[in-house]
Design a protein around this ligand. Structure first.
Ligand code: ADP
Length: 394
């Protein structure tokens, strides 16, 4: 039966939504509320049919955004009545060890998501605000939580326990969780479809390279290892995050510069990575432009990023005992032929050979005919994955 399903992705000052007709997977409308809570008005932009509109609306809370959204969907005939909405899927940052897959949100699940706010204090509480606001306005509509972490719950303990005293895992849940799970799972399944092979038969390395960046090693259709950790700060260098550094740098700088733990956390999350190295931007488009003009720091930042991605691919190929498919996705992965080329250079020993022309064109398959590894550019679509899971669960 045809159903309309909405995805909601609530951030601290934003709320993104998309409505799909299922099972056809037809996108009906998508949009974004931004600057929520910063002023008396918030930004509202949407695309509906051929129209792209950017405006502002009155209100300063996520609840007001959702109330406005439901009226908007009726007024623009996306829905003929609110009962037509068969389900709502929410992106939830952290599912801890409680959620190994997406889950219908009942009272017990909501309570667990709230408790997991301890592990994701900037994200889970605002995801809960989105869920509760929709529960209030649509009490009979099933809600589903889709977690950034759950795809990685298949990792073995050897890959998720940190070599700290074991009691911190038992008492404080300190372990590797990994994020971007919805994206890695989506692009892996798209890649298998594109190659017309069962997902379970492929050894896949998925590189989600956006402002936030992570890599995932996938075998038998399951996440085996991923580069983000207890938080999204770990692993690769990113737009403003430092990724992996020697942990002793943290107390050293705190002492030398008289920084608090919170100062240090902010410095590593918001002032490091591409932004920290170049000093002028976290956006790789600006950095590539400056590097081409001869800016040494921009060139260094790109070299550092590409090296870290390459080293992680090498490590994950060892972990998976080989690799059949290398996927590039997200803002940088989907658009930057320059960075893909830097990453794949000198990986012929692994069987990775890029076709320069296909790469330049952002073709879906960018490896040569003779490349042992299929190198694919796959557009990620976390919203579609959320809506698919929601459709299946309801
Ligand atoms: P987020 O993690 O915020 O979802 P995205 O996946 O949207 O991020 O990726 C944003 C990043 O993609 C930006 O840093 C931007 O520099 C990069 N990007 C987008 N288009 C290009 C391009 N043509 N060349 C290089 N980088 C690009």
């Amino acid at each position: 039966m045809a159903s309309k399903i909405m995805s909601i992705n609530a951030g601290s000052s934003s709320l993104k939504f998309q409505v799909f007709e299922m099972p056809e997977e037809t996108l009906l409308v998508k949009g974004l509320f931004e600057r929520i809570g910063l002023e008396e008005e918030m930004g509202f932009s949407y695309s509906l049919k051929d129209a792209k509109v950017k405006t502002t609306i009155k209100g300063k809370t996520h609840e007001e955004a959702i109330e406005f959204l439901l009226h908007f969907l009726l007024e623009r005939n996306v829905l003929t009545s609110l009962q037509e909405l068969a389900g709502v899927g929410h992106r939830v940052a952290h599912g801890g060890e409680d959620f190994k897959k997406s889950s219908l949100v009942d009272r017990d699940a909501l309570q667990k998501i709230k408790v997991l706010g301890k592990l994701a204090p900037l994200h889970n509480p605002v995801n809960v605000v989105g869920i509760e606001a929709l529960q209030k306005d649509l009490p009979d509509c099933p809600q589903v939580a889709v977690f950034d972490t759950s795809f990685h719950q298949t990792m073995e303990a050897k890959n998720y326990i940190y070599p700290l005293p074991y009691r911190f895992y038992e008492e404080d849940s300190v372990r590797r969780y990994g994020f971007h799970g919805t994206s890695h799972q989506f692009v892996a399944s798209e890649a298998a479809n594109c190659l017309e092979k069962p997902l379970e038969s492929l050894k896949i390395i998925s590189c989600h390279l956006g402002n936030g960046a992570s890599i995932c090693g996938i075998k038998d259709g399951k996440s085996v290892i991923t580069s983000m950790g207890f938080t999204p700060l770990a692993g690769l260098m990113m737009g403003t995050r430092c990724g992996d550094i020697d942990p002793s740098i943290i107390p050293f700088l705190q002492n030398e510069k008289n920084l608090s733990a919170n100062d240090m956390d902010k410095l590593m999350n918001a002032e490091s990575g591409f932004k920290g190295i170049t000093g002028f931007s976290s956006d790789t488009r600006d950095i590539i432009t400056e590097a081409e003009k001869g800016n040494d720091r921009a060139k260094l930042a790109l070299d550092m990023f590409a090296s870290r991605v390459k080293q992680t691919i090498g490590a994950y190929a060892a972990e998976l005992d080989g690799v059949d498919v290398l996927i590039f996705t997200a803002g940088i992965g989907e658009n930057s032929s320059v960075i893909r080329e830097m990453v794949c250079e000198n990986l012929t020993f692994l069987g990775i050979e890029l076709d320069p022309q296909m790469n330049q064109k952002n073709n879906r398959r960018i490896s040569t005919e003779t490349s042992k590894v299929e190198v694919l550019v796959v557009e990620t679509n976390e919203e579609l994955m959320i809506v698919r899971d929601t459709y299946h669960l309801i």
